[in-house]
Design a protein around this ligand. Structure first.
Ligand code: HEM
Ligand SMILES: *[C@@H]1O[C@H](CO)[C@@H](O)[C@H](O)[C@H]1NC(C)=O
Ligand SMILES: *[C@@H]1O[C@H](CO)[C@@H](O)[C@H](O)[C@H]1NC(C)=O
Ligand SMILES: *[C@@H]1O[C@H](CO)[C@@H](O)[C@H](O)[C@H]1NC(C)=O
Ligand SMILES: *[C@@H]1O[C@H](CO)[C@@H](O)[C@H](O)[C@H]1NC(C)=O
Length: 536
């Protein structure tokens, strides 16, 4: 820089200081009330000017108008996301951005949005940057979103070792055993003593899910621990798994302390069992622990530590717990309204199980299209995850538009919204399992395939029906979930008829504010044995 330019810039700086000084003195000369109102109004004025200038940019998706700085559209999005998306779609089209607690979220609705976000390039978007604050304190270090994507792809491959058809052949009888034990022992049913009763599906379904999942994926020892005080730790862990933690992962509350304690104790308990099996050279093909003990060496030769294996167990169980529990709860509620569908499903059970003479098996479950279509329809109406996110790591051009989504924004995809659009699913809010009569597979399976490191999956993700997501972060629990949910529902359908306590009642509304979309509780059903006096 030459002397003259630096002299000029020095004088500009001193002019700015003088000017700022005048502004400050003027501000201080104002009466207190005016000073306060300026302090309060300034962010709003700034916010409105920012939104006005933003609206002039042709290279940005339209920004949803908001009044309150930082908070943005958090209330309307957070309480009724699908209504919010629908309103925005009418005003702005399929692509728009909104402010959510200091972040800018760019939404792309519909099948093209599925493709844009689920199949975005690895270097362009990051799931770990979007989710790690929420998940890492709950799962623990070194797994899922606390590792680079290539490690996650390997971990998903390791887990798939315990999610094969051969494994499901072992699991289905164990699911049945757990269900029967639950019906007999739970104070909610007391099957052998009572012919009827009333239960809250928001209590029973999470319990059935954790018992069946633990028995199969973690083995008998850890399942049995759930009948002890150990079970409370899962409640503590769950309470630390809320959308609040996205924003304040370590908010100094009692819940956070209990979450961290639960993570430590649970993962150390899993670790002890892993060490015990190693010490006894007792590694078989029973459960997920066995398969991770056999198969957890990354492609580059690094081995997962036993602590990381323990943390991965927490992550996988957590991934399946809320999604499956919500799905069977919704299934029970929809069927409560439809005795005709219960009857249809019952007839299918009797046909395939030879009037109850055959025990349920994985292979027989696969011969029950109506049961699978019922689950498929429930997942259409109630996608457990209304929004999926990625953080934008590099500016990305939105194909066929003038929009660029800049680094630092988040992109949001919502297959659950697409599931409810008339153009893809006629009479979208009607529960109709026959809409899948020619298509009972749980997800689309045709077309070109791709392998990101955890097995071949469909390359295209522009299907309007994506309950399990798509691309490199696609769910690996789909077939496990169908086996587990199919068994739970088969046991219900064969043993009970059920309805709402009050005949005028209908399926509860969705509560979108927790981690998965749940029925607004309490969600009671009244059950009655199909065969009064029957014992298990
Ligand atoms: C009805 C049940 C389930 C539904 C609807 C469901 C849905 C999903 C969805 C939508 C994703 C993609 C997330 C994203 O793109 O951000 C996903 C990923 C995943 N799910 Fe599931 N899931 C279910 C059950 C399960 C079960 C039972 C397990 C484990 C046994 C599981 C394990 C996983 C894992 C490991 C991922 C990968 C996460 C990633 O790669 O980023 N899920 N699931
Ligand atoms: C590890 O798991 C993958 C995926 O299930 C499988 O292809 C591979 O054979 C397994 N390796 C071992 C050593 O079991
Ligand atoms: C089962 O029946 C007993 C009496 O036979 C009753 O006290 C109890 O509340 C019933 N339990 C349920 C879950 O309905
Ligand atoms: C972009 O437009 C072209 C021509 O209309 C079309 O073939 C292509 O599928 C569009 N791409 C996307 C991602 O929408
Ligand atoms: C299923 O396929 C048959 C024969 O192609 C057709 O008549 C029927 O309408 C289809 N059902 C549905 C629900 O699409």
């Amino acid at each position: 820089m030459s002397d003259s330019t630096s002299a000029v810039s020095t004088s500009i700086v001193s002019e700015i200081f003088k000017y700022a000084n005048h502004v400050v003195l003027f501000f201080l000369s104002l009466p207190l009330a005016q000073r306060l109102s300026i302090i309060i109004l300034a962010p709003f004025v700034y916010n409105l000017s920012y939104q006005f200038l933003y609206s002039l940019r042709k290279d940005r998706p339209p920004l949803v108008f908001y009044w309150i700085p930082w908070v943005g559209s958090a209330v309307s999005y957070g309480t009724k996301p699908y209504e919010f998306f629908g309103d925005c779609q009418k005003k702005y089209g399929d692509i728009f951005s909104f402010v959510l607690l200091g972040r800018v979220m760019t939404v792309y609705l519909g099948p093209k949005g599925h493709e844009f976000i689920f199949n975005a390039k690895l270097a362009d978007v990051s799931a770990e940057a979007a989710y790690t604050h929420l998940t890492t304190p709950v799962f623990g270090k070194g797994v899922i979103y606390d590792v680079p994507n290539s490690r996650l792809m390997d971990q998903k491959r390791f887990v798939k070792g315990a999610l094969s058809s051969d494994a499901f052949r072992l699991y289905v009888p164990l699911f049945v055993e757990e269900m029967e034990k639950y019906l007999k022992n739970s104070k909610n049913f007391k099957f052998n003593e009572n012919d009827s009763g009333k239960v809250d599906v928001m209590v029973t379904q999470p319990e059935m899910t954790i018992f069946t999942a633990s028995r199969t994926l973690l083995g008998k020892e850890l399942r049995d621990k759930l009948d002890t005080d150990f079970a409370y730790l899962f409640t503590d862990l769950d309470r630390g798994f809320t959308p609040l933690n996205f924003v304040w992962p370590n908010i100094p509350l009692e819940n956070t302390r209990r979450r961290d304690n639960a993570q430590r104790v649970i993962s150390n308990t899993y670790l002890s069992l892993i060490r015990e099996r190693r010490a006894n050279n007792d590694i078989q093909d029973r459960d997920l622990i066995d398969s991770l003990m056999k198969n957890s060496t990354y492609k580059d030769g690094t081995k997962m530590t036993d602590q990381e294996i323990a943390n991965l167990l927490i992550g996988v169980l957590m991934g399946g717990q809320h999604t499956s529990a919500a799905t069977s709860a919704w299934a029970l509620l929809h069927l409560a309204e439809r005795p005709d569908v219960q009857q249809e499903l019952y007839e299918e059970q009797m046909r395939v199980l030879d009037n109850g003479k055959k025990e349920l098996t994985f292979d027989l479950l696969e011969q029950m299209p109506l049961l699978n279509q019922m689950l498929k329809e429930v997942l259409r109406l109630h996608h457990p995850l209304h929004s999926l996110f990625r953080k934008v790591m590099r500016n990305i051009q939105v194909p066929n538009t003038s929009y660029v989504v800049p680094k630092g924004y988040y992109v949001l995809v919502s297959p659950g919204y697409t599931h409810l659009q008339e153009e893809y699913f006629p009479q979208p809010t009607t529960f109709n399992l026959h809409r899948w009569d020619n298509d009972s597979a749980s997800s689309y399976a045709n077309g070109e395939q791709v392998d990101y490191g955890f097995g071949a999956i469909s390359k295209g993700v522009s299907s309007p029906y994506l309950p399990f997501g798509g691309g490199r972060h696609r769910c690996i629990g789909e077939h496990y979930a169908y086996a587990q949910l199919g068994t739970i529902m088969s046991v219900f359908i064969r043993n009970f008829k059920w309805k709402f306590p009050d005949p005028s009642q209908t399926v509860p509304k969705s509560d979108f504010t927790s981690m998965v979309t749940l029925p607004t509780g309490p969600a009671h059903i009244v059950w009655e044995k199909r065969h009064p006096g029957q014992k298990l």
